[in-house]
Design a protein around this ligand. Structure first.
Ligand SMILES: N[C@@H](CCC(=O)N[C@@H](CS)C(=O)NCC(=O)O)C(=O)O
Length: 253
């Protein structure tokens, strides 16, 4: 059975799952949708609202962390994103959990705060990899859908400013961890901690190696470019960009 990854292609949680699949060399097809219009596909598979959802040979995983664990069961021990050694595994899991809870929502809110001000740009960026008819619907219903997204993700100027501060603090903590010159956050090889940091930071970095959003840079408004440049120039930002360059294998997209 061919695995299916249900996504919003531009979503950073989705690239977290897609990156792990690509890295493991596992075959899958991607079923990509526009935000909100993805609900139907998501419900069809699991009854949850969030993507990524991986439909695999043993069942369904409807959370990016669960997806990484499913993938780990299909790769050699020295390639697993969660190392077996208990103390190291606990550190990897702790970083990953923190990035999932704090980095993902903050990066998304800050980027949508900028993007949603431009309907055509939002449709292009978040619509890349989604079916054409969904892009047309999304663009047509933009005021309604953008309103739902703003409410759903609590996107206000004040909340976005708080998210910026949270991101700066997280980037500073990751930078401090890397200050001794280590190449990876935990141990001497790439783990779920590194992958999750890079993927969930990608909206505020727009890395060249990202399979979906890499072309957005030239089109985003100057205020967003300035925001991204500042994050790119931090040690943690440089680290995530390096991971996209060196560790991100080509995706099927
Ligand atoms: N804990 C989930 C979070 C995933 C998530 O927040 N996905 C977003 C896309 S970036 C989503 O599907 N949002 C749709 C919604 O809440 O309606 C995971 O790690 O997979």
């Amino acid at each position: 059975m061919t695995w299916t990854l249900v996504t919003i292609p531009a979503s950073h949680y989705c690239d977290k799952a897609r990156w792990a699949l690509d890295r493991a060399g596992l075959a899958y097809i991607e079923d990509g949708h526009m935000p909100i219009l993805h609900w139907r596909a998501a419900r069809r598979h699991k009854g949850t609202r969030t993507v990524p959802i991986l439909v695999h040979d043993q069942g369904i995983a409807a959370d990016s962390t669960d997806i990484l664990h499913v993938i780990d069961a299909h790769v050699a021990a020295d390639q697993q994103l969660f190392p077996a050694e208990p103390a190291l595994r606990a550190r990897v899991a702790a970083w990953e959990e923190r990035f999932d809870r704090q980095l993902g929502p903050a990066a998304r809110r800050l980027v949508y705060f900028h993007l949603l001000q431009d309907p055509a740009l939002t449709t292009d960026v978040v619509g890349s990899g989604a079916p054409r008819h969904e892009r047309v619907i999304f663009r047509g219903l933009f005021p309604l859908l953008a309103g739902l997204m703003r409410r759903g993700m609590n996107i206000t100027p004040a909340k976005s400013a708080q998210s910026r501060e949270k991101l700066q603090a997280l980037f500073a903590d990751v930078g401090a961890e890397l200050a001794d010159g280590r190449r990876y956050l935990c141990g001497d090889r790439f783990t779920a901690a590194d992958l999750t940091f890079a993927a969930l930071a990608s909206p505020v970095l727009l890395p060249d190696g990202h399979p979906v959003i890499r072309t957005a840079w030239a089109r985003v408004p100057p205020a967003m470019q300035a925001e991204i440049t500042a994050f790119r120039e931090t040690p943690a930002g440089e680290f995530a960009l390096r991971l996209y360059r060196e560790e991100r294998r080509a995706s099927g997209l």
